[in-house]
Design a protein around this ligand. Structure first.
Ligand code: MIG
Length: 663
C-alpha cells in the first residue's frame, strides 16, 4: 500500500508513473514540520535498520551517518563524502515498524540517519514543497516491489551490454581502438564493447567526430561490428559555444539553452571551453536535444554514456570575474603566507552553488531556478536520449547509461557509479551500492572496474573483475594519466582470461535474472538481510550478496588475501570457475568457512534446492551457445529461465520463459 502526501506545491519531477490520490491525514510513521523548509523526523528503535539512498557512501544499512542529496561531480570521494553523483531520496526502515519513504523533491536534501542523535532519523529539505510517499508492506522486499511499481519498469538494455567492455580516458584514434580489440581477440579474452571517451569528438563538441582521428567513422563502426565489438561514445552535458556549430546555433535560435534570470545566456566552462547547457527540463528542448543523438545512430552507433550531467561546471563567466576581483583584493590587502585562501578561491570556481543559482530553466512557461531542481538534470538529459530513441528507433534497444541520476531515470537508462579510485574500499563500495541502486529501480549498473582515478594493481584488478563478472555493467575504465589497466598491461594474462570468460559462462543466468527483476519490479542484488531476516548474522553480513533467488556471492575485497571467510546462512553448493575449465563443486554446511580463492578464480554459492544454467564461454555475447548450458546446483531443483534474442522488445511473450529441471 502506497500513500501520498503533499506539502506546498512541489515541482513535478516525473519520478512516479502511477497517479494516486493525496491523503488528507498525516503519515502513520514519524512527524512532519514545514516552514521555510521541510523536515521529517522518526524515532528509531534500537533494532531498526535503515536501507536505501541508492548511490551513496558507506554500508547497505545506512544507520549511523548522514548523507546529502546534491548531485555532485566528486572524483575524489572518501568514506565521509556526503554527496555523490545522484539523488535517490528513498529509505526503508525495518525493525519495530517496517515502511518505505520516498521524498520527491529535486531540492537539496539531508538524511541524518542517527548521526546527530543515535535514535533519530531526520530528513531535511531546503524546500517546503514536497511530495511524500509512504509505503506499507510486509518486509523490505515487498516494500521495494511496491515502490518499483510506483516508479515504473526499469530500463532494459540490449543483450550485448551484458558482455565485457574496455574503456579508458585517453583512447584517441581509430588505431588506438583497433589495438584494444586486437589484443583481446589475440588473447581470446571476450570483448563486446569499446568505449569512446571525449577525445573522439572534434574539440569536445557533442555529436561530432574528429575527422583526423576517425577518417570514416561510419565505416569504422562497421569494421568494429565485423569484429563483434560495439563502440559506445560519451556525450557530455555542455554544448560548446562556437559559431557555425549546428547544435549550438540551433539551440540558441530556438531558445533551448538554460539562461540567466534576465534572459541572457548562461555561460560556463567545461571540457569544450565555454558552453551552454541544454534546457532538458523544457519539453521541446528535451525533444530537440534527444534528436541530436540521431547523427551517431545513423553512423551505426548502438549505445551511449551521458557524462558531466550533474551538471559539472569548471567555472562560469561570473565566477571567473568574481575570482579576479577577490584575487586583486587579496593581493592588495592581505599579507603573504595565506596561500590556502587563493587555493580555496580557485577550488570554489568548480561546481559552485552560486552558479546553479544563476542558471534558469523554462518549464511550461515558467522560469525555474536551477538551484531548486538541480538534482533532476542528469535524469532529464538521459530522459532526453531515452525518449528520442523510443521515437527514432522504436523497435530497437539502445544501450544508455548516465553519471548523474534521480529516481525515475531508471526507466530510461542505467548508471555507472561515477569516478571511483583504485582503492580496495571502493571495490567494497561497488558491491554495497548494488542492492541500494536496485531498490530505486536502477538495475543496469556497475562501477569502473580496476578503479578510475589513481593506479590500480594486478590483484586489485583481478579481484574487481571477479566482482564485475556479476554486475550487469562490466566495464574496465580508467582516467587519463593513471596506470594503464587493460588486461594485457599485466603479467600472466591467462589469469585475466580465466576471470572474464566466467562472465560469459554466467550470462545465461545473469541475463535471465536481470530480465526477471526488470519485468517483475524486484531486485536482482539483494542484501542477505532481505533474504534471511531471521538470521542475525546474515542480517549484518554486508560483504556478501544474493543475486536472484539462487546464488550468493562472496568476493575477495582485500589485498594479499588468498581467500576469505564466508558465512553460509543455509546449506549451499560452492562452485569454483576458472575460464572454461571443469567447474569444481562442493556442498557446504551452514556456518562460517574459510574459502580459498585463487586470483584466476570466480566463486559462487548455489542455495539449497536451487539450480542455475551455466554455459561455455564465447568471445562475444552473440556467439554464446545456449545448447552448451548445463544445470548446476541441487538435483531435483527447477529454474525459471528467461531468454530472448536480446534486441527486441516483446518481453512479455511467454515463449521467452521456460522451466528447467536439474536432473
Ligand atoms: O572531468 O570524459 O566520469 O568516466 O573518463 C572528467 C573524461 C570527465 C568524467 C567521467 C569519466 C570520464 C571523464 N569525465
Amino acid at each position: 500500500m502506497v500513500r501520498k502526501y503533499l506539502y506546498g506545491s512541489p515541482f513535478r519531477t516525473d519520478a512516479v508513473v502511477k497517479e494516486i490520490p493525496t491523503e488528507k491525514t498525516v503519515p502513520a510513521y514519524g512527524e512532519i514540520h514545514t516552514g521555510t523548509g521541510f523536515a521529517y523526523t522518526y524515532r528509531m528503535d534500537e533494532s531498526d535498520r535503515v536501507y536505501g539512498l541508492g548511490e551513496n557512501v558507506r554500508g547497505i544499512n545506512k544507520r549511523g551517518f548522514r548523507y546529502v542529496s546534491d548531485c555532485s561531480d566528486e572524483p575524489h570521494h572518501f568514506e565521509d563524502t556526503a554527496s555523490l553523483y545522484a539523488a535517490h531520496n528513498y529509505l526503508i526502515v525495518t525493525g519495530r515498524e517496517t515502511f518505505g519513504l520516498f521524498l520527491d523533491s529535486p531540492a537539496r536534501m539531508t538524511f541524518d540517519v542517527g548521526f546527530t542523535s543515535v535514535d533519530i532519523l531526520t530528513v531535511t529539505c531546503d524546500s517546503a514543497n514536497m511530495a511524500l510517499y509512504v509505503v506499507d508492506g510486509t518486509d523490505p522486499q515487498d516494500i521495494v516491489h511496491q515502490f518499483r511499481k510506483l516508479i515504473g519498469r526499469s530500463y532494459i538494455p540490449p543483450k550485448f551490454a551484458f558482455g565485457y567492455g574496455q574503456s579508458r580516458w585517453g583512447y584517441k584514434t581509430a588505431e588506438d581502438v583497433r589495438e584494444v580489440v586486437r589484443q583481446h581477440r589475440a588473447a581470446g579474452v571476450p570483448l563486446d564493447m569499446v568505449y569512446l571517451d571525449i577525445d573522439y569528438m572534434q574539440d569536445f563538441k557533442d555529436f561530432t567526430v574528429n575527422p583526423h582521428r576517425f577518417p570514416d567513422f561510419a565505416a569504422f563502426v562497421e569494421e568494429m561490428k565485423q569484429s563483434h565489438v560495439r563502440l559506445i561514445p560519451i556525450i557530455d552535458a555542455g554544448v560548446k559555444v562556437e559559431k557555425g556549430y549546428s547544435v549550438y546555433e540551433e539551440g540558441v535560435e530556438k531558445g533551448y539553452f538554460c539562461r540567466k534570470q534576465d534572459g541572457s545566456a548562461f555561460v560556463a566552462e567545461v571540457w569544450p571551453g565555454w558552453v551552454h547547457f541544454p534546457d532538458v527540463l523544457n519539453e521541446q528542448a528535451r525533444a530537440w536535444f534527444g534528436e541530436q543523438y540521431q547523427v551517431l545512430l545513423d553512423q551505426g552507433i548502438e549505445g551511449f554514456w551521458n557524462d558531466m550531467n550533474e551538471p559539472a561546471i569548471f567555472k562560469s563567466v561570473e565566477g571567473e570575474q568574481e575570482l579576479r576581483a577577490e584575487m586583486r583584493n587579496y593581493l592588495e590587502t592581505e599579507s603573504a603566507g595565506q596561500v590556502w585562501k587563493i587555493r580555496d578561491m580557485v577550488m570554489h570556481l568548480m561546481n559552485n552553488p552560486k552558479d546553479y543559482a544563476r542558471m534558469y530553466h523554462q518549464v511550461q512557461g515558467k522560469m525555474i531556478c536551477h538551484r531548486d531542481v538541480h538534482n533532476l538534470y542528469g535524469y532529464y538529459m538521459t530522459r532526453a536520449a531515452g525518449e528520442a530513441f523510443a521515437r527514432l528507433v522504436p523497435e530497437k534497444r539502445i544501450l544508455l547509461f548516465s553519471r548523474s541520476s534521480y529516481i525515475g531515470m531508471h526507466r530510461y537508462g542505467g548508471i555507472w557509479q561515477g569516478d571511483n579510485l583504485s582503492w580496495w574500499s571502493h571495490l567494497r563500495m561497488n558491491l554495497q551500492m548494488m542492492p541500494s541502486l536496485n531498490m530505486v529501480g536502477i538495475l543496469y549498473t556497475g562501477a569502473d572496474i580496476g578503479g578510475f582515478g589513481s593506479d590500480t594493481s594486478r590483484d586489485l584488478l583481478l579481484r574487481w573483475l571477479a566482482l564485475g563478472v556479476f554486475t550487469p555493467l562490466m566495464r574496465n575504465h580508467s582516467a587519463l594519466g593513471t596506470r594503464q589497466q587493460e588486461f594485457y598491461r599485466f603479467e600472466g594474462t591467462e589469469d585475466f582470461r580465466a576471470v572474464i570468460a566466467v562472465r560469459y559462462r554466467l550470462i545465461p543466468y545473469l541475463y535471465s535474472e536481470y530480465m526477471k527483476a526488470a519485468l517483475s519490479d524486484t531486485m536482482m542484488f539483494r542484501p542477505l538481510a532481505f533474504v534471511y531476516p531471521e538470521d542475525s548474522v546474515a542480517v549484518e553480513t554486508e560483504d556478501q550478496m544474493m543475486i536472484g533467488d539462487e546464488i550468493m556471492i562472496a568476493p575477495v575485497l582485500v589485498q594479499n588475501a588468498s581467500g576469505r571467510f564466508v558465512y553460509l546462512p543455509e546449506r549451499m553448493k560452492l562452485l569454483r570457475l576458472t575460464g572454461d575449465a571443469p567447474i569444481r563443486e562442493e556442498v557446504m554446511e551452514p556456518g562460517v568457512h574459510y574459502v580459498k580463492v585463487a586470483l584466476n578464480e570466480v566463486i559462487l554459492f548455489i542455495r539449497e534446492g536451487r539450480t542455475i544454467p551455466i554455459g561455455a564461454s564465447a568471445e562475444y555475447v552473440e556467439a554464446l551457445d545456449p545448447s552448451s548450458c548445463r544445470m548446476y546446483g541441487f538435483s531435483g531443483a527447477s529454474y525459471v529461465w528467461y531468454d530472448d534474442d536480446g534486441t527486441g522488445k516483446d518481453y512479455e511473450n511467454p515463449c521467452h520463459v521456460r522451466t528447467v529441471n536439474m536432473p
